[in-house]
Design a binder for this molecule. Structure first.
Ligand code: PBG
Length: 332
């Protein structure tokens, strides 16, 4: 190509801004910083020592002691928050998930211990959902016909939320996808004197095969699936309907989950709200990258950083990832 002035080649060259590392750094639109990252952690009752989760190499169910050590390390690395999941002993599970709102339940004990250790130095978050505590493994109470009873479940979520706030959680993550769950939790918190406990709504949570390894992580008892309450992966607009409802019900921040297969949904949600938007890079996303890297098929570190950058680029201000502490350490 020759221009009228005799100079050959294109005048417009996007490669100019890619030509040195310094220029690339200067013009990079998106970054990932430790403060954006939240580490999901599992604490199990009755363990003598941490138990590796086979389908998530590098992640373990913690004992209370190992949880405290790992939480300290994550906070020292600079993560923005911790999201706690409790794994009760099998014999403590029941039809209504009683362990979820008992102060003695494993999750509430762990929240109290971490709040005592960490104070307000990190954002302590709790999974507000019954599935780890029910013997049938569903996220709610099951009726006589075997269906998850939405409204009976809301009462349980309210009680669980209050117990978590009392134990010391700063922010609750209701992940059960029941209708009206944010309003029910907000009302229960306010009535119990916890108006400052924030709610991070799982706004768009899809019925995903990528939760597979998580079910191992929490020793899930689930038989069947969650398709009567989690969203159909085929639906995009529905996420915006869930967003409207969660905001009207009082959500302080919203979340999309999983992340990588749902970046379109994440971008839609981020463009449609003024509240902070989080995304959850779930267990299956973790395990896929881990497995491919173990085989030498992809560059582990580069793939992890690219995945997190993509999630941030799509619009997440907060990213939940099982690599939070490690990546925070890299970025420090
Ligand atoms: C339900 C819950 C799940 C996850 C977080 N909260 C599992 C499910 O909905 O089946 C999945 C997280 C992951 O896969 O990393 N309380």
């Amino acid at each position: 190509m020759t221009h009228p002035d005799g100079i050959a080649g294109p005048r417009v060259r996007p490669r100019r801004l890619r030509s040195t590392a310094a220029i690339r750094r200067l013009v990079a639109q998106t970054d990932v910083a430790p403060r954006h990252l939240v580490l999901p952690m599992f604490v199990a009752d009755g363990l003598a020592e941490p138990k590796p989760i086979v389908s998530m190499p590098g992640v373990a169910q913690h004992t209370m002691d190992s949880l405290r050590v790992a939480a300290d390390q994550a906070v020292a690395a600079g993560v923005g928050g911790l999201m706690l999941f409790g794994v009760p002993c099998a014999q403590d599970k029941d039809t209504i998930g009683s362990g979820a709102d008992s102060a003695d339940g494993i999750l509430n004990r762990a929240l109290a211990a971490l709040r005592a250790d960490l104070g307000d130095d990190t954002v302590l978050m709790a999974d507000t959902c019954l599935d780890e505590f029910t013997d049938h493994g569903h996220c709610g109470v099951v009726d006589a016909a075997g269906r998850v009873d939405n409204d009976a479940t809301l009462d349980r979520y309210g009680a669980m939320a209050v117990a978590q706030a009392r134990a010391g959680a700063h922010m609750l993550g209701p992940s059960g996808m029941m209708d009206g769950q944010i309003a029910a939790i907000r009302a229960a918190l306010d009535e119990a004197g916890h108006p400052d406990t924030a709610v991070l709504a799982y706004t768009a949570k899809y019925a995903s095969a990528f939760y597979g390894p998580f079910r191992d992580a929490v020793d899930s008892s689930l038989v069947g699936d969650r398709r009567t309450y989690q969203q159909d992966p085929a639906n995009r607009a529905e996420a915006l309907r869930e967003l409207e409802l969660d905001l009207a019900e009082g959500a302080d921040a919203v979340m999309v989950k999983p992340a990588m297969g749902y970046l379109d949904v994440l971008a839609d949600v981020a463009a449609s709200t003024t509240v902070p938007v989080a995304a959850y890079q779930v267990s299956g996303e973790y395990s896929m990258i881990t497995a491919a890297a173990e085989r030498g098929w992809i560059d582990r570190r580069a793939a992890i950083l690219e995945s997190l950058t993509s999630i941030r680029r799509a619009g997440a201000s907060v990213v939940l990832t099982y690599w939070a502490a490690e990546v925070a350490d890299w970025l420090r």
